[in-house]
Design a protein. Structure first.
Length: 99
């Protein structure tokens, strides 16, 4: 826990707990929403076969990014998750979005 707190530059165990909760809620919610969006679009595993999982992962990516900042905001950790988001997208080659 100490190394994680140092890496993320946070000071309290309470803040660390909130951040971990936000990650858990965001992951679960984005997976649920991707299932709902696939159903809404009429795309099912039986239609795409082996391509369904990659399609769903591609769909989850933008949903997760938006939810991470939104849920982080709701838990009072907007600054942390906004910086985390920018750093992650920069590493993935999307840094041009924040210039």
């Amino acid at each position: 826990m100490k190394k994680l707190k140092e890496r993320w530059a946070i000071e309290s165990n309470f803040q660390l707990t909130i951040i971990i909760i936000v990650f858990a809620i965001t992951g679960s919610t984005s997976a649920l929403l991707s299932t709902i969006v696939c159903g809404w679009m009429g795309i099912y595993k039986s239609d795409l076969g082996l391509l369904f999982t990659p399609f769903r992962l591609i769909l989850i990516f933008p949903i997760y990014q938006v939810l991470l900042v939104l849920i982080g905001f709701l838990f009072g950790q907007f600054k942390f998750f906004w910086e985390f988001e920018k750093k992650m997208l920069h590493k993935m080659g999307f840094g041009f979005l924040f210039k």
